[in-house]
Design a protein around this ligand. Structure first.
Ligand SMILES: Cc1cc2nc3c(=O)[nH]c(=O)nc-3n(C[C@H](O)[C@H](O)[C@H](O)COP(=O)(O)O)c2cc1C
Length: 357
């Protein structure tokens, strides 16, 4: 049976061979922002496993935009080289490669769970002062961020532009701008974290301004033939915060600025938000934005089964399926999905003899 999940999707000049996408997942395994052999094997394995597109983890556009000192970066030219090798391999497997460009804002400067533990790193322990739209810490005990002035905002826009340029040189096919999960761009979107009184705060138009400037800067240097994604949190799950209606309005603006697909997640802005979690719990957000803004969307969040993914697509709720933790459990998720759905998928020739018939 020919499924939608395993049928190709054309985005600008590129074709995803199927609609299964590796969702960005921090590996906390970089030094000074450099990708290394861990990233080569980790991302390479998912390409061997048949993913249509692999979006690399949150990659910082500047050193202080990292969540932890172990995040990937794209803030200097030297970061490009290793990615050329990784992307070449991914392409050899017929998969596309994406990069999520990110700035952590006030959620920066944390430790890594298996090194320092679940702690903030202050400057005496190798941390730094985070940036934010307003000087409000994420939670008690978190570092107090520096409120960005207009010059700093313009500087970060430039960092996104230069990082997108380097991503192109590195051979990436897709850039995804990370405006979700309570990181810097999301902090500007939400009235809970953005208390500014200048042109970057207050009204909806003012709160989305920074993101639109980043999108414009990236689009200027990102080739017309290559797709641009934006990941948002469709809701803060909190009274008075960013919500679905604003997400739809934002999608309409992004559509006219060269954004090809929105990857729809939720939450992350507040430590104590009441999130209603369940299988496919964020799919309705992707569906609403797709329908009301006529924007292509990606569904993500507790999608773990091939049939579940196929149903989302056949019901017209999203255009691609992003899978995160299930891809850590099973790098060959697409190969297994094909046999579960009784559809065809090309196995790596080296593995052909293990293919179920
Ligand atoms: C280990 C890990 C790291 C993650 N890192 C990122 C990240 O770098 N960027 C991002 O947007 N989401 C990140 N996420 C969230 C996932 O991309 C995804 O949205 C979330 O895990 C829900 O999907 P799932 O139920 O398929 O795991 C991460 C999730 C995990 C488990």
């Amino acid at each position: 049976m020919k499924t939608i999940l395993l049928s190709p999707l054309q985005l600008r000049g590129l074709e995803l061979k199927n609609r299964i996408v590796v969702s960005p997942m921090c590996q906390y395994s970089a030094e000074d922002g450099f990708a290394n052999d861990w990233h080569f094997v980790h991302y390479g394995s998912r390409a061997v496993g048949g993913a249509g597109l692999i979006i690399a983890e949150a990659t910082a556009v500047s050193p202080e935009g990292r969540i932890s000192p172990y995040d990937l970066g794209m803030w200097k030219n030297e970061h490009v080289e290793k990615w050329k090798q990784i992307n070449h391999f991914i392409h050899q497997q017929g998969s596309l490669s994406g990069i999520q460009l990110a700035h952590a804002g006030r959620k920066a400067s944390t430790g890594c769970l298996w090194r320092e533990g679940d702690v903030y790193l202050f400057p005496d322990k190798g941390g730094w002062q985070p940036l934010a739209p307003s000087s409000i810490p994420f939670e008690s005990g978190a570092p107090v961020p520096l409120e960005m002035d207009v010059e700093l905002i313009e500087w970060v826009v430039e960092e996104f532009r230069k990082s997108a340029q380097r991503s192109n040189e590195a051979g990436f096919d897709v850039v995804e701008i990370h405006a979700a999960h309570g990181y810097l761009l999301h902090q500007f979107l939400s009235p809970i974290t953005n208390k500014r009184t200048d042109k970057y705060g207050g009204s909806f138009d003012n709160r989305v301004r920074f993101l639109l400037e980043v999108v414009d800067a990236v689009r200027q240097v990102w080739p017309v033939s290559k797709p641009l994604f934006v990941r948002i949190s469709a809701t803060d799950w909190a009274e008075g915060g960013w919500d679905e209606a604003q997400s739809v309005k934002l999608a309409m603006l992004l559509k006219n600025r060269g954004v090809d697909l929105m990857d729809i997640s939720s939450g992350g802005l507040l430590p104590d938000a009441k999130v209603q979690i369940g299988y496919g719990y964020q799919v309705p957000f992707a569906a609403r934005i797709r329908q009301e803004a006529d924007m292509k969307t990606g569904a993500v969040g507790l999608i773990t089964k091939a049939e579940q993914a196929e149903t989302i697509l056949t019901n017209g709720l999203a255009d691609i399926i992003l899978v995160a933790r299930e891809f850590l459990r099973d790098p060959y998720f697409p190969l297994h999905a094909a046999s579960q759905l009784k559809d065809e998928i090309a196995w790596p020739v080296q593995y052909e003899r293990a293919k179920p018939h």
